[in-house]
Design a protein. Structure first.
Lengths: 246, 590
């Protein structure tokens, strides 16, 4: 599905990502954990092309992104990559001037050029699946944080992404809402959605992520199957992070 | 003051311009009161001289003699202070009594009767040749046959002429306000003016001359001008004749603009008084006179109503300069002497008194119905210009704003240059440049289009800053969210960023639009018949400044209030989106 190899990202002279490699198989969930400033969000921004990579490559299905491509070729490929990768930002970035429904159908109608009626029908289905059908005509600012997050998920899923990137889903949620969110995401995974979730809440990822990747200082410290990584970390740095996280 | 001023110094003062005379006495007053005023007053004189040097004054005498005055005043003051000290000693006054004496002297001080009364006369020197205009050789000086005539007239009256540069259109109201004593500016007696001011006896007989382009063989007289636009000075005998004949006219504030527009084919002909025509058009190879001079009429001097003493004085003065041949000399020098003048002057020279109003007065047709219809037409032009230029401004401001905030370096520099140029120079200058400057490169737009484009270009600079601020207020996350949904920059801008920025920009935009509405009034400078021009011309012709002013204000309000109201409603509808009306119903059902 998506393969990342020796990915490097520099910003202002410092290397933020120092050769990251991993692979996400279809219908699986990768959880990326790590302390603040470890490069989690930057990695996510590389995966949807918001940051230009400086080394290695990203392979998403048949699409390959390498830094040595010419500017126009790179841009063209980023555009294609964004069609395959959906993103739910930590701060959501819902469009405040559009209704919930408008937020969801905006890209299908104007990017995919889907007929409006069909897009709306699909949007209602998505809203139903996130439990917000009644809020279709409301504006985002009138919704609670949790509701807004579910709108953002629906907005990303409306583009039928092969991969969904999710930045810090629990940052604005209380434990009860976080549990509900995990349940919701599990539903989507069961429906065949592949995801990469960045989170510092290990509890949230347990039972949701198939694999975990522990990032520290822009390097992959440990990468493996969730249960194995949580119960018997091979690297002492992972162990100490897990210890602190508890 | 007179009681203490030694006579010889008083005489010395008379030779100085009044203002300086007055100032010097002011310093004396101060030096009386200020204890130890000896140095204080000298210090004041120094400061005054320095200020005068800094200020650029029109009066060239003052500039030229500033340096000499500096030394003179110091010496004079020292001299006076010594004399006052002697006086105090002679009167054997105590300090307290001396102060009281000085205070009384200041209170009872009044201007000594001027040895020579002034005759302040108003005229419009801009494009005012050969009447009165700025000497091209020496721009500090005014010249012209009327300047020379007034000088001679004032001398004949035992007065000193003082020229007050003014504006043709507002001469009558300026006279009534008391800005000067008389109007001498080729003024024709008309019935509507007669209601507002008094006239002297005539001093010159003018005729009108029709001028066309040199290659024009369609127009030979005014009769050929129906359905063509004829330019002339606003509010003159010529403009009244055109109005009476029902010929479409365009009013100008000076002959230069009218002849320029004729050359540029913006109008088809110009009617002007012969003196102005002789000076501005006769020698222009691109223009030619059409037909013979016609419609003779007198020039008179305008006086405030009821100023009978001055009127008698002026009439005697005119007779005097006619009788002694001074006026003839002046007119001959300016090439304005002809048979009509001989006819006018002959009886006076034969010892008779001048005939009163020997010529029929032209009158302006003013009635409220026509005024309202003309104002309505002007209002429509105003609306056209305002909307047109706002559209240009918006269309141009968006790329400017984007270029300035997100463009590459050179685009940014280009946009900034544009904005700073149009914001940093007066819109009036820009309009004049577009109207008179661009035809030099073969781009002659009609007046309304020039105003529309000019204001549009100008307001684009302001609007661009509103949009830039609005664009920069949209968080970067909105762009990123749009990109990550697969939108390209153009789509992201159009669908996501612009609608949000519009919400922010709407209140300042409304503001700018209302102010643009009012700024259309600068178009009068290029003779566009919009509301402000209409007001000036109608009010000047009728003297109905107050009523017409209220009417015009109502017109402006009738246009700008609905706009403001519409904008407020739009704003509210954009902001009242917490709960859309049908969402409540749907939510209740769910």
């Amino acid at each position: 599905m998506i393969q990342v190899s020796t990915l490097r990202k520099k910003a202002g002279g410092t290397e933020i990502l120092k050769g990251i490699s991993f692979e996400v198989a279809p219908r699986t969930v990768l959880g990326i954990i790590g302390a603040s400033g470890s490069g989690k969000t930057t990695l996510l921004r590389c995966l949807n092309g918001l940051e230009r990579i400086n080394g290695g490559f990203i392979q998403c299905e048949d699409l390959r992104l390498e830094p040595q491509f010419t500017e126009s070729d790179y841009r063209h490929r980023v555009k294609q990559l964004r069609r395959k990768v959906g993103t739910v930002f930590q701060h959501l970035h819902l469009f405040p001037h559009l209704t919930v429904l408008g937020n969801i159908i905006e890209a299908p109608v104007h990017v995919l050029r889907a007929p409006r009626a069909k897009a709306e029908q699909e949007a209602y289905q998505l809203l139903e699946s996130v439990g917000l059908k009644q809020a279709a005509r409301r504006y985002p600012e009138s919704l609670s944080g949790g509701e807004q997050q579910r709108v953002a998920i629906a907005r990303a899923l409306a583009m039928h992404p092969t991969l969904l990137l999710f930045d810090e889903p629990t940052s604005a949620l209380d434990p009860k809402r976080a549990a509900e969110m995990r349940l919701l995401l599990r539903g989507f995974v069961a429906g065949g959605q592949t995801m990469v979730i960045v989170s510092h809440s290990i509890g949230f990822l347990t039972g949701l992520a198939d694999n975990l990747l522990y990032l520290e200082g822009g390097e992959v410290v440990e990468y493996g199957e969730t249960q194995a990584l949580l119960t018997s970390p091979r690297d002492p740095r992972t162990a100490s992070f897990l210890q602190q996280a508890k | 003051m007179i009681c203490v001023s030694p006579g010889k110094v008083g005489r010395a003062f008379i030779h100085f311009p009044f203002s300086i005379f007055h100032f010097s006495f002011l310093f004396f007053r101060l030096s009386f009161i200020a204890p130890g005023g000896l140095f204080f007053s000298c210090d004041l004189v120094d400061r005054f001289i320095i200020q005068q040097k800094r200020r650029s004054t029109k009066s060239h005498e003052r500039n030229k003699t500033a340096g000499a005055l500096f030394l003179f005043f110091r010496a004079l003051l020292l001299h006076f202070q010594v004399e006052f000290a002697q006086l105090k000693w002679k009167l054997k006054m105590t300090n307290g009594k001396w102060k009281m004496f000085c205070l009384l002297a200041v209170l009872f001080y009044h201007k000594p009767a001027s040895a020579q009364q002034v005759l302040r006369w108003g005229a419009d020197p801009s494009g005012g040749a050969p009447y009165v205009y700025t000497d091209p050789v020496n721009p500090d000086r005014y010249i012209g046959y009327e300047k020379e005539m007034v000088d001679a007239l004032a001398a004949a009256m035992g007065r000193k002429a003082e020229f007050v540069p003014s504006d043709w259109e507002t001469l009558v109201s300026a006279l009534q306000r008391g800005s000067f004593d008389v109007i001498v500016n080729g003024l024709e007696p008309t019935t509507d003016r007669a209601r507002q001011i008094d006239f002297s006896n005539p001093y010159y007989i003018f005729q009108l001359q029709l001028t066309v382009r040199h290659d024009d063989d369609r127009i030979h007289s005014l009769a050929d001008c129906h359905h063509r636009t004829v330019g002339t000075l606003s509010n003159t005998a010529a403009s009244r004749i055109l109005q009476q004949e029902g010929i479409p006219l365009r009013g100008y504030s000076d002959p230069v603009g009218a002849y320029k527009d004729l050359e540029l084919k913006r109008i088809d002909a110009v009617v002007m008084d012969v003196p102005a025509e002789a000076f501005y058009a006769r020698n222009n190879p691109k223009l030619k006179p059409a037909g013979e001079p016609f419609a003779p009429g007198p020039y008179v001097i305008g006086l405030r109503k009821g100023d009978a003493v001055l009127k008698a004085e002026i009439n005697t003065g005119i007779e005097k300069i006619i009788a002694d041949g001074t006026l003839e000399q002046i007119l001959k020098k300016w090439n304005l002497w002809n048979n009509a003048q001989v006819e006018l002057q002959a009886p006076i020279r034969a010892g008779q008194h001048a005939q009163v109003a020997p010529y029929e007065m032209t009158s302006a047709s003013f009635n409220w119905r026509e005024a309202l219809s003309r104002l309505t037409r002007a209002a429509m032009v105003t609306v056209l210009i305002a909307f047109g230029s706002m559209i240009i401004a918006i269309a141009l401001a968006i790329p400017l704003a984007i270029g300035q905030s997100r463009g590459p370096r050179w685009v940014r520099a280009l946009c900034t240059t544009y904005i700073e140029f149009f914001r940093g120079t007066p819109v009036l200058v820009q309009l004049l440049f577009l109207y008179f400057g661009l035809p030099a490169i073969g781009l002659a737009m009609p007046g309304w289009l020039t105003a529309l484009v000019g204001l549009g270009l100008n307001y684009a600079a302001y609007e661009s800053q509103v949009y830039r601020a609005a664009l920069e207020a949209i968080p970067r996350g909105q762009w990123e969210a749009a990109y990550s949904l697969g939108m390209n920059p153009v789509l992201a801008f159009r669908r996501i960023i612009m609608p949000q920025a519009f919400r922010i920009a709407l209140p300042p935009m409304t503001n700018d639009f209302v102010s643009l509405f009012k700024d259309t009034s600068v178009a009068f400078a290029i003779s566009v018949w919009e509301l402000a021009t209409a007001y000036r011309e109608l009010a000047n012709a009728s003297g109905q400044f107050l009523l017409l002013g209220v009417t015009v204000s109502l017109f402006y309000l009738a246009m700008s209030l609905p706009m403001a109201h519409l904008a407020r409603r739009l704003e509210r509808s954009l902001q009242n989106r917490d709960v859309a009306p049908d969402a409540v119903a749907e939510g209740a059902v769910a």
